[in-house]
Write a protein that binds this ligand. Sequence first.
Ligand SMILES: Nc1ncnc2c1ncn2[C@@H]1O[C@H](COP(=O)(O)OP(=O)(O)OP(=O)(O)O)[C@@H](O)[C@H]1O
Ligand SMILES: [Mg+2]
Length: 447
Amino acid sequence: MPSEECFVYITLPSQTEPVTAGRYQLDTTRQGAAVGQFVYGRSYLERKDRVEFDPVELKIQVPPFRTTKLRGNFGALRDSSPDAWGRKLIETRLGNPSPSEIQYLLNSPDDRAGALGFGLNVQPPAPARAFNKTLDLARLIEVADQIVAAEKDPAAPAPAGADAEQAEALMRAGTSMGGARPKATVEDEDALWLAKFPHRDDRWNNPRVEHAMLTLARECGISCAESQMTTIGDKDVVLIKRFDRNKAGKGYLRSRMVSALTLLDADDTPDTVDKRQKWSYLLLADEIRRAASGSQSKDLPELFRRVCFNALISNTDDHPRNHAILAKDQAWSLSPAYDLTPNPMIALERRDLAMAFGTWGRYANRLNLLSQCERFLLSKEEATAVVDGMKATIGESWYRVCRQVGVSERDCELIRSAFVYEGFGYDLADPTIATDDAEELPTTRPR
Ligand SMILES: Nc1ncnc2c1ncn2[C@@H]1O[C@H](COP(=O)(O)OP(=O)(O)OP(=O)(O)O)[C@@H](O)[C@H]1O
Ligand SMILES: [Mg+2]
């Protein structure tokens, strides 16, 4: 059966150079099923400063791990690989529409989220020192636009330079980061930033609205990634400061980072049973309690605030890759919030978040939020104060914050219906309100 393998490196806490940690092997059976195996190296296991890749799956232990999920990939490794946008670039560059998981890992640049790296040599390569600079953004946006245009209309005459050449240019810019929107990693004097570009199908100025939502979330007491706007020609770009990298001398310290998808041991294939059962803030809260026991008293109320915020801005794109935990040293804790997007919908009665969080499942509603608040370590009184306080803040401030950071009048009107929608306040105990979509409440998963 066809087999590929690569070495996995890690930049340990307080270090800026990677060491070799283990080996990942991917086999494809005759029936086409992918089987992944990972083993920590003996010399890595002997190190006093060794750390686990993630707190649920690849814990420090000797026997090899095996998986058939995620096309034979392990969650922590998958979280280090590019997603829709970065994958598209690799496919274009390789001229191969479906590379294997190992090919994605080996062909992606070293700006990946978290502390892992991948290569074919036992010894890790020197860490990437040369990231694209914020000054290069104009060229990067141009290349991203060309790639989107070529995807929309493959028959269109290729703009200057072949597709592969454009992908190559963007690849050098560093795009191992996840997500579907066009983006690149850029560096200024003292930090790395995730630059998120406009897309030609955007209905409003997405980068600016994203910056506004992070600003609004901060006003609501949520711990968020730092963001700032920059304008290149007529294009707005939002720069999100990387919270998994910290400049130290000539290099970067790297925090380990895993998504909630990995923490939940879930899949993100659309409409699977797995998705319905595991995509849950309640289960996520349980996992955080286990994985981040030292910071749970801070992290769980914080997670509750984020669910509340998402419900109040109709952020229905709050899927498990849009939440993560980080470990700078040994201990894991909830990462700052990122990727907050309002979704103005027509429905006034009921809007659903991507993950369940109460007795009425995913229903973005005040009583639903309060129904299971104890799972987030909040009493009914505390949770009520959070929900009602945030409802008032968002109702009063969303427009001012948007305008202050330069969202246009027109765009404010386009997104207005996302904020504090009517159904948020419905009394779910009222029998005239249809709640039959309510999903089964996930219970604590035993370990
Ligand atoms: N400030 C940050 N520091 C480190 N990693 C980040 C940061 N912001 C985002 N990420 C990582 O990059 C990924 C992509 O970012 P983001 O979710 O903002 O992109 P997106 O394209 O809008 O995503 P989506 O496909 O969910 O719309 C995230 O899933 C997360 O792993
Ligand atoms: Mg995202």
